[in-house]
Each structure stands twice: as C-alpha cells, then as structure tokens.
Design a protein around this ligand. Structure first.
Ligand SMILES: [Zn+2]
Length: 249
C-alpha cells in the first residue's frame, strides 16, 4: 500500500460496521475513489471534517494495489463546507444534484482534474447570487463535454448538413437532425439554444458568470438537457425527484 494525499469532494457516505464510514470522494488526482474511514463515528474529533456531501477536503489515504477498489482513508481535513449553499434549500438541492449526476456518470478511478475544477467552480457559483438553473445548465454541458458525451450540435447527425434550420434534437441519434432526417420524437431546438450550448462548451466557467439567457432558451435548454441526462442514467436521481417534489425544477 502506498500513502497518498489529495483534495477531494465528498460524494456519498454510508455507515460501515459499528464505528466506520464508507465514503465516496471525487479527488483531483485520482477521480472517483471509495474508501473506509475507520473509527470516525466513534472518535469524530480525530477528524476535522464530518464528510458532509459536497464538502471539499484534503484526504490522506492508503491506496490498495490489490484486493478491490476500497482504500483506507486515515485523515480528512475540511477545506470548504460551502456554508452559503447549505443555508438555502434551492442551492443545497442543486449542489446535491451536481454530485449525484457526477457520481453516476464518472467511472471509478479515472483521473480528470477538469471535472474536479468544474464541480468546484459550480459550487462557488452557487455560493453567490448566481441563478441555480443557469449554473446547472453550464455544469451539465461542461460535464458532458469533459466525459466525451456532448451531443453533436453543429450539423445534422444523419446527412451532415451544417447548421440545419429548423433543427430537431434527438437523444438516441446523439445530436441534432435536419427536418428531412429527423425521426418522430425529436425536440425542435432554436438557434439561440444551440448558440448558447456552443458558447458554454467553449468558454471557461468564470467567463460565463454574466451570461444571461431568455426564458424561452432557458426552458428549451432544460428540456433538452433533462432528456439527455435521463438517456445516460439507468435510474432517476434521488435529488431530481426531490427537486421535482419541491417544485425547484
Ligand atoms: Zn439531415
């Protein structure tokens, strides 16, 4: 076993045996990892963090080379709890959605620092007065882009006609189609929405802070991205069910 230190967002925890915790983190250097935090429930003062979901920590863990993907986490130091996000039900729900979505879509132990930085940027955004919905749309697009899942939005996926107008978004085809190629069930998608998607995928997160979208584009984006997220997930996320119940989406 080798000892390793890295920054890590807590994604999920569950009680393990009598005194320990089974924790899933998204780390900057190793991607998603799972580990046992021994004795944390019996002697929490030994740790400076309670491993709250989406808290940012510095963790020390012993990487197991053999015998599965469960590592031994011996130290957790809290770096940021994102208190402003926790104090507001809507922001808290969106932050929970971000880590749920990330947890579902990323493979275990595939390093991708861009995804770590994306989650950090999104949580810092939520800590301000930024719109939760806009932050979510930016997070979704950039996460798909980082994972290589971004749909084709510049040309018809069937006949390759560039910038088709009108365009129809079709999840199972993996992008937009022109009128001739569109199958039934394609969602009409406006130029404004396609431009926004392209702008988001190209621009750094911080430059997107002042970007405003019209209500129509916002609603269209939400519909398209929701379909796209559902297509890639086998089950509905618990955080989404909660947000629907609370009418936050
Ligand atoms: Zn076509």
């Amino acid at each position: 076993m080798s000892v390793t230190k890295t920054r890590a967002f807590a994604l999920k925890t569950q009680d393990y045996r009598d005194t320990s915790l089974l924790a899933t983190f998204y780390t900057r250097d190793y991607g998603k990892i799972r580990g046992i935090v021994k004795g944390i429930r019996e002697a929490p003062v030994r740790f400076s963090s309670t491993v709250e979901p989406f808290s940012l920590n510095e963790i020390l863990f012993y990487k197991r080379k053999k015998g599965g993907d469960l590592h031994l986490i011996t130290q957790i130091d809290l770096e940021d709890l994102f208190t402003e996000v926790r104090g507001d039900l809507e922001r808290l729900s969106y932050a929970s959605y971000f880590i749920d979505l990330l947890n579902e879509l990323v493979e275990t132990e595939e390093s991708n620092p861009a995804i770590f930085d994306l989650l950090h940027d999104a949580l810092l955004f939520l800590s301000t007065k930024a719109s939760c919905k806009r932050t979510a749309r930016i997070f979704e697009v950039k996460l798909f882009e980082s994972l290589g899942l971004m749909p084709e939005i510049k040309a018809c996926v069937m006949c390759q006609a560039a910038h088709p107008t009108p365009a129809y978004f079709n999840v199972s085809l993996g992008g937009i189609a022109c009128k001739n190629c569109s199958e039934s069930g394609g969602l009409p998608v406006s130029k404004g929405t396609l431009n926004f998607l392209e702008h988001v995928r190209r621009s750094p997160f911080n430059e997107l802070r002042p970007v405003k979208v019209s209500c129509e584009v916002g609603e269209e984006l939400e519909k398209i991205l929701r379909r796209f997220v559902d297509f890639h997930l086998s089950n509905k996320l618990r955080s989404v069910t909660f947000m629907e119940k609370m009418e936050l989406v």
